[in-house]
Design a binder for this molecule. Structure first.
Ligand SMILES: Cc1ncc(COP(=O)(O)O)c(C=O)c1O
Length: 354
């Protein structure tokens, strides 16, 4: 399979603007390929970023049969560009595809498409500290049919765009509301797949908590409303006594984050103990009150590490580490971003250069 490249001539290309926020500006080109049961994946092309043409009855628009991914390209000081664990993203993409009854993509072709796209639009990889080129692979069900069932046809496309800090405050702690009424995903459902419905399901509570002065929702399990799952679109870690990092075990309704996995592997090399456990919200709040939990942070590709300054639950507020950014979050942030931007040793061979 070869990718046909229809590039915009260099003098007509756009340029990465000096200022941008997350996910609102897109670079010059996109990748796309189509799937039909007869031809399988075919028509691999890179062409100028443009609107898709979809039948109004396309299955994705009605029954949300879609999946996506999120990863980044980082500018090194010497001008070259790094990807971080992109193979993990494509594996998760294919696991999501399976769960959503969609055809898997060829891993090598998908990575080749990402590399070609980033190489072609390399001028869009920002130079500013902490910024990157966000890469959004997506697959949608395109068959024009309203009868409920898996689509026959699909489009797989990849777009990219410059990204600054996901949260405007960067490593500044955020206030988080523990959802006692609403749930994001349920075990046996599609929580561990990266599919739009999970995010649509989270919007109502996310908007409500902003009105209350919080910036994200901490999600509890949907069966008992007792066990901690994720925070916003991030996994969550608790630090005990400045030494032990504990994160909820993967339950089927939690997205298995690549940043989470990287922390579980990296933290022991920095002298921290790590474990994955079922975490009861009442126990966690008691441990915050007793000062046993010294830091809490979210982790994910978009924000890398985001400290939590306080938790609101059932009318009470629990302040963490005096609402300050802690040492563990800072060390992990420095180590992870150091590997991503090529300023620290890549002990695990995670970086792929474009
Ligand atoms: C719901 C959810 N949880 C966790 C994560 C973190 O995953 P990763 O570290 O792979 O970005 C994400 C982001 O992709 C997410 O959307």
């Amino acid at each position: 399979m070869t990718i046909k490249i229809n590039s915009i001539s260099p003098d007509k290309r756009g340029a990465c603007p000096a200022e941008f926020s997350f996910g609102e500006t897109f670079s010059d080109h996109m990748f796309i390929q189509q799937f039909t049961p007869e031809k399988r994946w075919h028509n691999q092309q890179i062409y100028p970023y443009q609107p898709l043409s979809l039948d109004p009855s396309a299955a994705v628009l009605h029954y949300s049969q879609e999946i996506f991914e999120g990863l980044k390209a980082y500018r090194r000081a010497n001008g070259s560009v790094n990807l971080f664990r992109p193979q993990e993203n494509v594996r998760r993409f294919n696991r999501s595809a399976k769960r959503m009854v969609m055809p898997e993509v060829d891993e090598i072709l998908h990575l080749e498409a990402i590399k070609s796209l980033v190489y072609l639009d390399q001028d869009w990889v920002p130079h500013q500290q902490g910024s990157s080129l966000y890469i959004r692979p997506t697959m949608i069900a395109t068959s024009p049919k309203l009868g409920l069932g898996a689509s026959r046809n699909y489009s797989h496309f990849i777009i990219t765009g410059p990204a600054g800090n996901y949260f405007k405050g960067g490593l500044t702690p955020i206030p988080v509301f523990v959802a006692d009424e609403y749930r994001r995903a349920v075990k046996g459902g599609v929580g561990e797949a990266k599919t739009g419905g999970n995010y649509a399901a989270s919007l109502f509570a996310s908007e409500e908590v902003i009105k209350l002065g919080y910036s994200q929702v901490l999600w509890l399990d949907a069966v008992e409303g007792k066990y901690i799952e994720e925070v916003g679109a991030m996994n969550i870690c608790f630090v005990y006594e400045g030494e032990q990092i504990v994160t909820p075990e993967l339950s089927g309704s939690i997205l298995p984050g690549i940043t989470r996995d990287s922390i579980l592997k990296l933290a022991p090399t920095l002298g921290y103990e790590v474990s994955e456990q079922r975490l009861d919200i009442e126990v966690i709040l008691a441990d915050i009150t007793r000062g046993k939990i010294t830091e809490v942070f979210g982790c994910g590709t978009a924000a890398v590490i985001s400290p939590l300054g306080k938790l609101g639950f059932k009318g009470k507020e629990y302040v963490i580490n005096g609402n300050e950014t802690g040492d563990v979050a800072t060390k992990l942030y420095d180590e992870l971003t150091g590997i991503q931007y090529g300023t620290r040793e890549d002990k695990f061979d995670w970086v792929v250069s474009v």
